[in-house]
Design a protein around this ligand. Sequence first.
Ligand code: IPE
Ligand code: IPE
Ligand code: MG
Length: 231
Amino acid sequence: MKVIPETVAIIMDGNGRWAKAKGLPRTAGHKKGADTVRTVALEANRLGIKKLILYAFSTENWKRPEDEISYLCKLPGIFFNSYIKDLMKNNIRVTFAGELERFPEDTQKTIRKAVEQTAHNTGLELCIAINYGSRREMILAAQKYAQEVADGKRANDLTEEEFSSYLFIPEEVDLLIRTSGEERISNFLLWQIAYSELIFDPTPWPDFDEASLNEALEVFAARDRRFGGLK
Ligand code: IPE
Ligand code: IPE
Ligand code: MG
């Protein structure tokens, strides 16, 4: 049987270029991209992937024009209104990673509600990285740890496993996919991808589908992971 990775992360890139190529506003690409989130989450769940981490908004994306940011703030509402039923029906649990506080109240509420509503589901964990940046995640972890040391914790005992537990995302990522042909990490999961397999797929995120995911999983299954050792 094919090896299915436990934890898969995707940099969902190329929404804007997809829209532009069709003569549409960039927001149309984001809208279609939200439909892809549903498609890919359902397929990942069906395949038995445990955790799917989707990069939805980076700490650097605040540099975008105001109208695009304002649409992206509305997108969680649009997404969960349309698809929360499908997520429930398929036993998918929603979580998030990142600092939600910077978003408008209603965006925060929508996301927290989806997390609560799906909290008892036992299928795929669908983790949305939103206002997420890996460097920021590490700074927050270091601050929290430093505070505990100031309060009397022994600094010399810190292990990699314990450090991971201070991050938004403690798991090792088995497979990282970036869509749209860009080949960079853009401040995503720097700690967690130490031994990930990396796949760069030229498909823009709005066109990514079940077949694209399965193709990536085939490539993953054929890779030889050595983790620094020998086979
Ligand atoms: C990814 O698509 C979605 C977000 C970063 C919010 P982009 O919006 O980056 O689309 P391109 O890369 O400009 O085509
Ligand atoms: C990375 O994509 C962030 C998300 C997909 C949410 P960007 O489009 O923001 O990354 P760069 O600017 O091309 O590196
Ligand atoms: Mg992009």
